[in-house]
Design a protein around this ligand. Structure first.
Ligand SMILES: Cc1cc2nc3c(=O)[nH]c(=O)nc-3n(C[C@H](O)[C@H](O)[C@H](O)COP(=O)(O)OP(=O)(O)OC[C@H]3O[C@@H](n4cnc5c(N)ncnc54)[C@H](O)[C@@H]3O)c2cc1C
Length: 553
């Protein structure tokens, strides 16, 4: 295949395939690996193409917790996670403004309902398929959903699995990806890194029959008899797309650097609409980490510390610092119509020496670094006034290239008042303003990440000391990755604007429209659907492989 720029869709008349296989899978994260394994299990041959030199995308960086309603771990004990209940929980959060428990689609747009239904119906079998392929997991029986207290949630615990190492220890995305890739190879699948798919190839009937991939050696054309499955991640690494589609500001991302939304151009060129483009899977990051664009950056899921609080640029506390990250990040995006700005976009996480001593560690996601370790994102002051002065200086240094970053003149005075009120509540064992420590997921995460408990009444709160030093870092809303793209049907076939499938084209994971809306149902709420729709895509693509001439019926 010759080199040169190609449009996102190329006619097969202009292409000589260098290779052919039954199913081409694009991307080696949760969606791609699940698709490849499902296609292989159904007897198809598979070539999996990965743009980066390293396998795994954002999945590799993740904890790879995976959320599956009614999965085998729940069923083992005879427990049934009823379909109606699971759908209500998901629907209530996916489109809260439209949710109607009595409506035929629970008030959701039909495509969302259809996908939630398919997710429920196939979650157990897709999770089981990974298990059968020796991609190991541990059932987190006590892990709480992010909205365990909602009346719609009848199975508030136990829907999440996490990876397991070969030694039986708790694993992460690294184990998920390595075990998944091992399983693909063991079943005869071929995995090619540094193969960035730039175009799909269509035949005269408009069927997708292959791809063009950019490699260090030039362009390669690979034919796909059954079709092409995209699992190429979101577009959080594409600044133009973010500017076009995000409803509110995010600053930084933890998505894999290859996730530039390449599939969006291809899908649009084939006549697919784009849906669910306005919300990412949200999280939090220290500002300096977000600005660094370090490809290894990890997300701040659960801000550590009991004697720790957030205040905004006016020095006022505005939220529960321990809520689910996706929800907290949305609170950062509050728009102030009078000031015409986002007053909560930058929060100052403030802690004392007690939290520094108890909760610092070297986990990459923890901004509270052990004393003596490099922490350029942290400022320090001997008193709260000194801390306010140091933060004012830090803001002045950064403000030129961080639009909207501000700190007000009375920040120090307001910070002292905020600390006093926080301490008042902590002495009583409760948050006087934001219910910190009162939901199951906060307590679960606290147990998971805590360095120690100082007050059993509310382990998430403790008064800041009257004596310094004090510490602070600036926190911003960020994206794990995005979750918008072309719509798929319940078999993961990519749909045109008129609802008809594009023959030979399948998608799963963050490169297609998620039915989740702006919701994040639980830990694993992104990997679970990526696995399930990847599984369905792999199976549907394998079933579309034409019978070989002469093969037995
Ligand atoms: C620190 C962190 C922790 C997280 N923890 C969890 C968790 O525990 N549970 C959970 O549910 N979610 C978690 N997430 C989110 C989760 O990791 C992602 O939403 C999920 O892994 C996405 O899977 P995917 O298969 O859609 O995409 P990815 O895993 O991002 O894979 C996409 C792959 O496609 C490749 N690609 C892109 N374009 C092309 C192209 N043109 N040609 C070839 N290849 C291409 C990319 O390089 C990438 O390798 C976490 C995220 C982070 C950053």
């Amino acid at each position: 295949m010759e080199n040169g720029a190609h449009s996102p869709v190329v006619g097969s008349g202009d292409v000589n395939f260098d290779r052919e296989t039954d199913v081409v899978v694009v991307g080696s994260g949760a969606a791609g690996l699940s698709a490849a394994l499902a296609a292989l299990a159904d007897g198809a041959t598979v070539i999996l193409l990965e743009k980066s030199a390293t396998l795994g995308g954002t999945t590799r960086k993740s904890s790879a917790f995976a959320w599956y309603p009614n999965h085998f771990g729940l069923q083992v004990d005879g427990y049934v996670d009823e379909k109606d209940d699971a759908l209500r929980y998901m629907a209530r959060l996916s489109q809260p403004d439209a949710y109607d428990p009595a409506g035929p689609t629970l008030g959701l747009e039909p495509w969302r309902y259809e996908l939630l239904d398919a997710f429920y119906e196939n979650a157990a079998v897709a999770a089981e398929a990974l298990h059968e392929a020796d991609v190991e997991s541990i059932h987190l029986t006590e892990m709480s959903d992010y909205f365990a207290e909602l009346p719609e949630n009848k199975t508030p615990r136990g829907r999440t699995l996490r990876p397991r190492t070969r030694d039986g220890e708790p694993g992460t995305g690294v184990e998920f990806v390595e075990q998944g890739a091992e399983a693909v190879a063991a079943r005869g699948g071929e995995i090619l890194t540094e193969h960035a798919v730039e175009s799909v190839v269509t035949d005269d009937d408009g069927r997708v029959v292959g791809v063009l991939a950019r490699t260090p050696q030039g362009l390669v054309a690979i034919g796909a008899r059954g079709g092409v499955v995209f699992g190429s991640g979101g577009f959080a690494q594409n600044q133009h797309r973010l500017a076009d589609h995000m409803a509110a500001p995010i600053i930084g991302t933890c998505a894999a650097i290859g996730n530039t939304g390449d599939f969006l151009d291809i899908a649009e060129a084939l006549g697919a609409p784009l849906r669910n483009m306005t919300y990412p899977w949200m999280t939090l990051l220290p500002l300096e980490w977000a600005l660094d664009h370090d490809p290894e950056v990890k997300s701040l899921f659960h801000p550590p510390g009991d004697s720790m609080l957030f205040v905004n640029g006016a020095g006022r506390r505005t939220m529960n610092e321990k809520g689910p990250y996706n929800e907290m990040a949305q609170m950062f995006q509050r728009w102030d119509p009078r000031g015409a700005r986002y007053p909560e976009l930058f929060q100052f996480m403030v802690w004392d020496q007690g939290t520094q001593d108890l909760h610092s560690n070297e986990r990459p996601a923890n901004p509270i670094r052990p004393t003596g370790h490099p922490a350029p994102h942290v400022v320090k002051g001997d008193t709260l006034d000194d801390l306010a002065a140091a933060l004012t200086q830090r803001v002045a240094e950064l403000a030129d290239h961080v639009p909207g970053l501000y700190i007000e003149a009375d920040f120090g005075a307001n910070l002292k008042a905020a600390v006093e009120r926080f301490n008042d509540g902590a002495r009583q064992g409760r948050d006087l303003d934001f219910e910190r420590g009162e939901s199951a997921i906060e307590v679960f995460f606290n147990e998971m990440f805590t360095g120690g408990i100082r007050d059993e009444r509310n382990p998430l709160m403790f008064p800041l000391r009257d004596e310094g030093p004090y510490y602070a870092t600036i926190i911003v809303p960020a994206a794990l990755d995005t979750k918008g793209g072309p719509p798929i049907d319940r078999d993961s076939r990519v749909l045109r604007a008129d609802g008809t499938p594009i023959p030979g084209l399948f998608g799963a994971g963050n490169c297609v429209a998620s039915p989740a809306g702006k919701a994040y149902w639980a830990a694993g709420g992104t990997v679970g659907p990526a696995v399930v729709f990847g599984y369905l895509a792999g199976r549907t693509a394998a079933a579309a492989v034409p019978a070989q001439p002469g093969a037995a019926a």
